[in-house]
Write a new protein. Structure first.
Lengths: 499, 279
């Protein structure tokens, strides 16, 4: 009987003990799960913060490239004639805090010289996805200017582009219209207009102003391009661009392109024109790999401001004549002026580029630039303007006191002249280049540029031309005579790393 | 003397082996990268093609249309799959780097399907309603004839061509910040199947375990499901081409592979996977 009770009780006790143990284990598990939950919640919170921080970082993009090269100049006026150099060392910071608003900053870290190449803000319209407004310093709207140096098939831009768009960038504002479903692009920009151009300061020194305008005149620029798809023939882009601007003359005399007198200006702040027009085309075809033919022709007028400086000097002379002491005080007012000149110019370039496989690219370019189309070759060196004159005071003030005569007079020395010369010489340049893309980031280029000046000027009886430029290298002075073609070829071996 | 003979023999064998390996035909490899929407289709094409062409290796990876286009530009893929057309900025990069406009090959058609939970009573939406939903202007199902509950949005990452196409065609602006971005249409389908108040978009080929929502151009139009017929007739309003892009006109093995994709056999695979043939 007792045994019959003990056994169920024992079983009950054991069951209860087991249940209590399970309960305890369950509580422990619950506690552990709860702790784990807290930990996961903590990790999630930290992850959310990290994700939020990371999301901010993804709005910043870094890109850039370095171009290091060895150049060998065949021109005898260049010393050293060959050297290694860092042509570009740029990092581009792009920050897009919200979709469509972009800030770009691109410094160039050349050894010994850090400059800001790009610094602009761009706002894209979020509704039509068609318009964008740019403000700051950015590329001028032109095909070769906007085509990055890191992608260009040859070492340098064409001579005409370097002449009219020095430094490529300009400070101003731009409206860009790119309808998403229409292969058209229109750019309208307003710039200070003096970017990269050396302009005279009050002392007559030529300086390149940074971040400030040279005058109150603003320059307008517009470019329109349209893409055609030619089916199996490839594609064609045609376009045109125009520049309408003025620059402070800084001289009271303005000259025509042929160095003849054009007009007298009211004051130094009056302007002279910078106006040109260009047409462009780029054709792409697939002929056993990519092939492109690209070209542009630009013509118009470009003005170079004058230089005007003035000075005064007082001299005294004492002379005894017929028992009278003549004391003469002369105030000499000197005015030196280089007139402003407006030159008609034209220039063009054509590229032929062939890609062979993924890695090889060969390119040939011919470019032509005539900085003064109004002067024939034999007029360069002869055409000149000279209105210099010296005027003595017609009515000097004379006073007499006994045997002493005092004379006070004011003389004027006026110099105003400008000669045609090397700045008017037309150039044609052949460039041959081969690029090898080791990877997409690393490119090697070997290029040979052959600039050829047009033979200009007149040759005298002694066989020497009248358009010369003297130079001194290692203490030896020589001169280029531009009645000949001057050898000035350049060999460039370049390595580029882009990221 | 014996040693030197042995050495000469070993050297000759090694030399012959090296020369032999050098002249051994390397396996022909075609790399394909890009659209996640197209990745199943591309894998299927590759699998079938490699069976009948064992000397060719077709390597397929996804990553999104944008990733594929970048790979095409930087030269790390032969073929780029893209569920959207090339942007002009991308074409400019091809021009700069390869003097080429690239070659566009439409290889399939797709209807972007709207996925709803099978338990969601809503069964059709207009393009405008979808735009409002995905831009965050409409946040409650009640506004489009559903229950009084918050709408949960599921979409693709911004590297996806589907993301870009849907944004341009339907959202016409920015996506709502609450839209959860997921890596691949399969992930979108999976998320919507588990969320009664969820809505997502993606390629039709992935749509299993969810309800397809009918779509109509506007209130007055008829609503259509994305089917071969409605897409072929142009009735389904959110349709697009799926493309393959190459830097230049295909030659050699790549040309043979693309010719096969565009052949009846290749286009049959398109239908099997759930997309719609171009021919």
């Amino acid at each position: 009987m007792i045994g019959g009770l003990v056994l169920p009780l024992l079983f009950l006790a054991m069951t209860l003990q087991a249940q209590m143990k399970v309960q305890n284990d369950l509580d422990t598990v619950k506690q552990k799960v709860s702790t784990l939950n807290d930990k996961v919640a903590g990790v999630e919170e930290r992850l959310a913060t990290a994700e939020s921080d990371l999301a901010k970082l993804t709005k910043i993009k870094l890109s850039g490239y370095i171009q290091a090269q060895w150049v060998n100049y065949e021109a005898s006026n260049v010393y050293p004639g060959n050297y290694f150099m860092v042509r570009r060392a740029r990092i581009k910071f792009t920050y897009e805090p919200i979709n469509g608003i972009v800030f770009v900053l691109q410094p160039d870290f050349q050894p010994g010289n850090i400059t800001i190449k790009d610094a602009y803000a761009r706002a894209n319209d979020p509704w039509l996805k068609t318009f964008s407004l740019w403000v700051g310093k950015f590329n001028r709207p032109n095909y070769e200017v906007e085509f990055s140096s890191s992608s260009r098939e040859v070492p340098e831009r064409s001579r005409v582009i370097r002449a009219i768009y020095p430094d490529e960038r300009a400070i101003g504002a731009k409206l860009e219209v790119t309808p998403p479903k229409f292969p058209l692009k229109f750019q309208l920009a307003v710039f200070n207009g003096n970017d990269g151009i050396a302009t005279p300061d009050a002392n007559g020194n030529l300086v390149v102003l940074q971040n400030i305008d040279y005058d109150n005149y603003k320059d307008l620029m517009a470019r329109l391009t349209y893409d055609f798809k030619l089916g199996k023939w490839g594609g064609l882009t045609i376009g045109a661009h125009g520049y309408y601007g003025r620059i402070k003359a800084n001289s009271l005399t303005a000259l025509n392109s042929d160095y003849t007198y054009k007009s007298t200006l009211e004051n130094l702040g009056k302007s002279v024109p910078k106006q040109w027009f260009g047409v462009e085309a780029q054709f792409y075809a697939d002929v056993l790999g990519g092939l492109s033919i690209k070209g542009e022709y630009i013509t118009g007028v470009n003005s170079i401001p004058g230089i005007t400086t003035s000075a005064s000097a007082v001299t005294s002379t004492n002379v005894i004549k017929n028992d009278t002491l003549w004391m003469t005080t002369t105030l000499t007012k000197t005015s030196n002026s280089t007139p402003a000149i407006t030159k008609s110019f034209s220039g063009w370039y054509v590229y032929l580029t062939k890609n062979i496989g993924k890695r090889n690219q060969v390119a040939v370019r011919y470019d032509w630039y005539n900085p003064n189309t109004k002067l024939a070759a034999d007029q360069i060196g002869t055409a000149k303007y000279d209105a210099s004159k010296t005027t003595k005071d017609p009515n000097p003030v004379k006073t007499f006191a006994g045997n002493v005569a005092t004379v006070t007079q004011t003389d004027n020395v006026y110099t105003s002249k400008l000669n045609s010369g090397t700045s008017d010489i037309p150039y044609g340049t052949w460039t041959f280049a081969y690029s090898y893309y080791f990877t997409d980031n690393i490119k090697f280029m070997i290029a040979y540029e052959m600039p050829m000046n047009k033979k200009v000027g007149t040759v005298g009886a002694n066989g020497n031309g009248n358009v010369v430029s003297a130079y001194t290298v290692n203490g030896v002075t020589s001169a280029y005579d531009y009645s000949n073609v001057i050898k000035q070829n350049v060999l460039t071996v370049r390595m580029q790393v882009k990221f | 003397m014996k040693n030197s003979r042995k050495l000469a023999l070993i050297a000759s064998i090694v030399l012959l082996a090296v020369i032999g390996f050098a002249f051994m035909p390397a396996p022909k490899k075609i790399t394909v990268k890009g659209s996640d929407t197209m990745v199943i289709l591309a894998q299927k094409w590759a699998e079938i093609y490699m069976k009948s062409n064992p000397d060719v290796i077709v390597q397929v990876t996804g990553g999104g249309s944008g990733t594929g286009i970048s790979a095409l530009i930087n030269g790390s893929t032969d073929i780029c799959n893209s569920s959207r057309a090339l942007k002009s900025s991308e074409m400019d990069k091809l021009k700069e780097r390869y003097s080429s406009l690239g070659i566009e090959i439409p290889c399939a058609k797709d209807g972007i399907t709207i996925f709803l939970s099978e338990n969601n009573p809503v069964s059709e939406l207009t393009i405008k309603q979808l735009g409002d939903i995905f831009s965050g202007k409409t946040r409650n199902w009640k506004a489009v004839g559903g229950p009084d509950a918050e709408i949960k949005l599921y979409g693709r990452e911004n590297s996806s061509g589907t993301y870009v196409f849907f944004q341009e065609k339907v959202v016409k602006g920015d996506y709502a910040p609450s839209c959860q971005t997921l890596p691949g249409t399969a992930a979108v389908v999976n998320a919507v199947s588990k969320d009664i108040y969820g809505i997502g978009y993606g390629g039709a080929a992935y749509a299993t375990g969810v309800k397809h929502c009918k779509v109509k151009k506007d209130d007055k139009s008829q609503a259509y499901l994305a089917t071969a017929e409605t897409i072929a007739k142009g009735q389904y309003p959110i349709t697009r081409y799926l493309y393959m892009y190459m830097r230049n006109r295909p030659t050699g093995d790549a040309k043979k592979y693309i010719d096969w994709i565009l052949s009846a056999d290749g286009q049959k695979v398109v239908t099997e996977v759930g997309y719609f043939p171009v021919k």
